[in-house]
Write a protein that binds this ligand. Structure first.
Ligand SMILES: C[S@@+](CC[C@H](N)C(=O)[O-])C[C@H]1O[C@@H](n2cnc3c(N)ncnc32)[C@H](O)[C@@H]1O
Length: 209
């Protein structure tokens, strides 16, 4: 029987995204096909990423998380799974580190329950900031989508306001958000936990124009 380390090593050898310093990825080389690419920022324990990748074998998915223990959990879950369309990157994503992704290359960007940083003095740590939205726009193809869920009301309105300032994104939902999950919606670990505490999510989608 393999040890945990051996399982992690084997899983990593296939699923870990290899990123060279100052290099921009070539998706054709990474996935050996020209299928559309979707990314998830803050994949946590990976339940969303794995399920959506299983449901969409003709889309390539990159899951990103900054925490080693979180990505390890995902590698363990991916072990022995025949998912050729998934790669994982352990990165603290910001305006600088995101540059390994080529401009105009991503069809969809998911942020499922990004950390809300509820205290005012920590607002600067929220991943959704004006400059970050501009970067997302650069990465997306024309018509590409940013898909966000949060159970945190104040963060939901922060996100809404920041996207409303932009001329190059249009909201999919009339009010800018909906409280109704799409059919077939994949519930994440965090979403389930927060629902049990009584916090229902806000869902937001923005199309890049
Ligand atoms: C609240 S958790 C949500 C996880 C998962 N999406 C879910 O809904 O269960 C936020 C996740 O985003 C990751 N994260 C936060 N900021 C990040 C950043 N700048 N770059 C990469 N990952 C980040 C955290 O490590 C954490 O796993």
């Amino acid at each position: 029987m393999l040890t945990d380390n051996e399982i992690l090593e084997e899983s990593r050898s296939f699923f870990e995204l290899q990123i060279e310093e100052n290099e921009v990825l070539n998706f054709q080389k990474v996935f050996r096909n020209g299928n559309p690419v979707h990314i998830e920022i803050g994949s946590g324990r990976g339940e969303f990423l794995i399920k959506i990748a299983q449901q969409n074998p003709n889309i390539n998915f990159i899951g990103i998380d900054l925490k080693e223990n979180r990505v390890k959990t995902i590698f363990r879950k991916l072990y022995k799974k025949k998912l050729k369309n998934v790669r994982i990157a352990k990165i603290y994503l910001n305006e600088e580190t995101i540059k390994f992704l080529p401009p105009n290359s991503i069809e969809k960007i998911f942020l499922q329950h990004p950390d809300p940083w509820p205290k005012k003095r920590h607002f600067h740590r929220r991943i959704i900031q004006s400059e970050f939205i501009d970067i997302l726009h650069k990465l997306l193809i024309k018509g590409g989508i940013v898909d966000i869920a949060t159970d945190h009301e104040d963060y939901a309105f922060w996100i809404l306001e920041h996207f409303m300032e932009k001329q190059d994104f249009i909201p999919i939902y009339k009010k800018g958000f909906t409280r109704e999950a799409d059919e077939g919606h994949i519930e994440t670990y965090f979403e389930k936990k927060k629902r049990e505490e009584g916090f229902e999510p806000y869902f937001m989608k923005y199309r890049s124009i």
